[in-house]
Design a protein. Sequence first.
Length: 335
Amino acid sequence: MTIFCSHCHRPLQAEMSCLPTRAKQAPSASRPFRSTKSASKARRDQINAELQALRSLLPISAQEKERLSYLHTMALVCLRLRGAQLFPPGLVPPAGPALGTELLSLLPGFLLVLSADSKLVYISENVAQILGLSVVELLAQGDTVFDILDGRVGEDVHKKLLLAREEPGREVTFVSEMRTSKAFRLQHGGNRVVAVCGRFVALHWPPSPSNTAFLALCTPVVQSPTDGETASQDDIFQSMHLLDMTFIDVTESVTYHLGYHREELVGQSWYSLLHPEDADLAAAQHRAVALGAGAGPAAGTAVLRVLRKDRAWTWLRVWARRDGGCITCTCRCLR
């Protein structure tokens, strides 16, 4: 059946030119709302002007401002906004710029402040002396503490921060590699091992997540030897364990490092020496080595605290590997 046009009475298949002028032009009705090159440029110019205005408000030198990219500008602005939320006017930050370069240089490490959700709030300027990265360069890695840490310890660090948040005032410590500059990695063969020791503190009453901050001191520990280096025998001791980590042998040098004689450790569990907060990390290393999980030597590496005979805690970098029905650990004391 042929359908005829109501205007000219000709078949629709044969002619479409008879459609009303308004109908022909209907598809172009949206043209005024389409983006144009000039509109896009105007938006870019507006965004650039806003970023320039934000950059001008940052409390850094004019020379530093000139070097800031848009990404760095936004990272610094977000850091300052989080700081302003935690440390409102009239409340002096415990780790603010007022400390001064001279005082910061006396610290064994750099200062770190985190929000309740692990966002970076403050990093002291002397971080550049330890990691080879300025505050701006470090912020470019991300805006949480997990973005600047070795990803392999993320779960362990999350658990410790959660524990500290649930018990304000309780001190927690974790050790991890932190991101460093390319020059540092070329010189030292890897990132920097840093011990982070801190606690959550309520900045004003009543306490709430919005006014609670994690205040920490990040202290570098001695660099672990890379795969191509060999550690001095004076720095290490070795131990052999059953698959359940019971000591079956240990080198005599353990007495120098931990104070125990070989006979005191044989038959004891490795876990009896571990700091309670490091038990989960040690167990993860134990499983990875015992089951052959993970890839490469790093899968069997961990930094742990163990109890010396004099009841003091000492940090060990532990390399573990499975040899048949045994597990061999090479332990290096960290300063």
